[in-house]
Write a protein that binds this ligand. Structure first.
Ligand code: NAP
Length: 252
């Protein structure tokens, strides 16, 4: 496959870093976005001129035009976007909620994705590009204390379906990556006890203790192959990373 250009958000660590590693190793050019500049710089130091980045806070969704302009300045085209950044916080029950905290989570999880994808559409139309949105099981089932996360991710997942419907030149898919061994899981174990039900919290602690959390590379490789070459049969749909429908994109 010839070298393409991909934008990956939340690429400083965890799942986004795994996606970026796969794509860089496959000789693509990658444009990384996250807040932690030293992590993005370290990735660039390993891969050189095929990597560029912008260290920005996506809570300010007005940065979207700068991201697309910088990617175009660096590489001249955009073939795909992985909307991977996301926050679980605030973990609070509705009765204890602070609406401002939810608003910030929606800015990060939903509105920044909308702003970025909107800016990318003209380039993605030209390239017949792809967008992969990172969803979660919590977008479909309710978990006590995760209202902000679950409702915002449900909205993000639905955005993918709308994009698929409105933009025939673009392929869009939403992927749930399973329980992945990243900082987000640590946050659940360390900060979720109060608002989650004891059973649910204990389940996440146990998944970690018994080594059942996924290596980010497992779902990361599937997501990377989807942004490289997702086919129209997945357009507008949501899948778990290990769904049989995605067999062509999974490790053999
Ligand atoms: N881990 C799981 O079990 C799991 C399960 C289902 C879905 N997911 C989803 O997978 C995606 C990746 O999560 P992860 O598990 O890899 O979590 P993570 O380790 O916490 O990584 C989150 C990434 O998002 C970036 N980010 C967060 N807030 C940002 C902001 N305001 N502006 C710019 N970048 C921001 C972080 O970078 P900086 O801190 O450097 O900004 C980091 O690169 C998320 O969308 C998450 O909801 C994860």
């Amino acid at each position: 496959m010839s070298s393409k250009v991909f934008i990956i958000t939340g690429a400083s660590r965890g799942l986004g870093l795994a996606v970026a590693q796969y794509l860089a190793q496959a000789s693509h050019r990658v444009f990384l976005v996250a807040r932690t500049e030293k992590d993005l710089q370290a990735f660039k130091a390993q891969h050189g001129s095929s990597v560029e980045y912008l260290a920005v806070d996506l809570a300010d969704w007005k940065v979207a035009p700068r991201i697309i302009e910088s990617a175009l300045q660096a590489f001249g085209r955009v073939d795909g976007v992985v909307v991977n950044h996301g926050v679980l916080a605030p973990i609070t029950r509705i009765s204890e909620s602070n609406v401002e905290e939810w608003r910030k989570a929606y800015d990060i999880n939903v509105l920044s994705a909308l702003a970025l994808v909107k800016e990318a559409i003209p380039e993605l139309r030209k390239s017949n590009g792809r967008v992969v949105f990172i969803s979660t099981g919590a977008a479909f089932g309710a978990y006590s204390g995760w209202g902000s996360y679950g409702t915002s991710k449900a909205s993000l997942t639905h955005l993918s379906a709308h994009l698929a419907l409105e933009e025939p030149a673009i392929t869009s898919v939403a992927i749930s990556p399973g329980k992945v061994d990243t900082d987000m899981q640590k946050q659940i174990r360390e900060g979720g006890k109060e608002a989650m039900t004891p059973d649910l919290h204990a389940h996440f602690v146990d998944e970690h203790k018994s080594g059942r959390l996924l290596d980010p590379k497992k779902p990361g490789n599937v997501i990377a192959r989807l942004v490289e070459g997702a086919t129209k049969d997945v357009n507008g749909k949501h899948f778990r990373w290990n769904a049989p429908e995605l067999a062509n994109f999974q490790d053999v």
